[in-house]
Ligand binder design. Sequence first.
Ligand code: PMP
Length: 391
Amino acid sequence: MKLANRISHITGGGSDGWDVFYRAKQMIADGIPVLELTQGEHDIRTDPVILDAMHAAAKAGATGYSPVQGDPALRAAVAARIEAATGVPTTPANIQITPGGQAGLFAAHHAVCDEGDTALYVDPYYATYPGTLRAVGAIPRPIMTRSADDFRPQAADLNTAAAGAKSLLINTPNNPTGVIYDATTLDRIAQTCVDHDLWLISDEVYDTQVWQGTHISPRSLPGMAERTLVVGSMSKSHAMTGSRVGWICGPEEAISKIFDLANTTTYGVASFVQEAALFALNQGKPLEEQVAAPFRRRRQITLDAMEGQNVVRPIPAEGAMYVMLDIRATGLTGEGFANALLDAHHIAVMPGESFGEAAAGHIRVAMTVDDDAYAEALETLVEFAQTLATG
Ligand code: PMP
């Protein structure tokens, strides 16, 4: 039986640059020790205090259906957190709880794109983006960025791409580049949205991982609250990736329609998970900083490892749990370098090409192993690159 085109075409087809990743997994399955610096997953698990809250909630009976728009107390806590961080008046009516940021990205695009609409995203991009846009029936259109601009979108590229589009998806702090969009970049993005009447989908799942500069939510810029859907998540901020809990924050009308979508798809998020999320948010900044601390340390380890050489050029590591390294001086592609590093030293990193054309000749390193192993891996990586560059 023939399946619908929309689901058949979620993946773009062809090589997606994930071969190195699967090869590393196979090596591990074959008993070869590989140091994995690939996926965006913490090396710690969810804090036991959060698990205790989850357990207590479940034992107390929070195991039935939950309100589909989300537990009112959690929505209030998310709204308060957003209002405190941005100054934008935010109430529970602006919040829909979702099973993670990924479901939020899908629902947000489903809310603003009709079948066949053009949906913009920035290249390099988080790997699921084009598929998410295709899954809602939209046509993905990349906005190219350049290494020399630290992968921040430029006005001319934004304007050219925006003609005839319906929405623009951005992500700051950014996966895969580790860059945080500064005020100038965000003003430029906001202006493009206003000029071309675009919805802005702002993926802010890394909002607690800020190492340099500040994270500005574009919803706080003039004229943007009415056209912005912010996607948030407990995954990265509280090491709750497996719990699947996040949110969309946006205009009331959009949120009420996204509730209709939730009613026909997810039908809510587990109550005991929501109670655990509420408990975690109520711990405030100290817990967020505790979860972010290892990445802050490893980002410094990265900068130290880069000193005194110019073969490997780091893209400014301002936020998120990744660093993007320009390895073009080795003469290899990102894929070539990642494969060679895996073979020679059993260290797995992601080729830039996995995240789009713009990051060709780069690699993304996830700072997701303990400090000592991380420092050693970075030292090995730099030495390896130097050997390749000198021939
Ligand atoms: N956006 C970005 C940029 C991500 O890196 C991820 C996860 N790696 C997500 C969204 C989705 O996260 P989750 O569904 O776990 O909230």
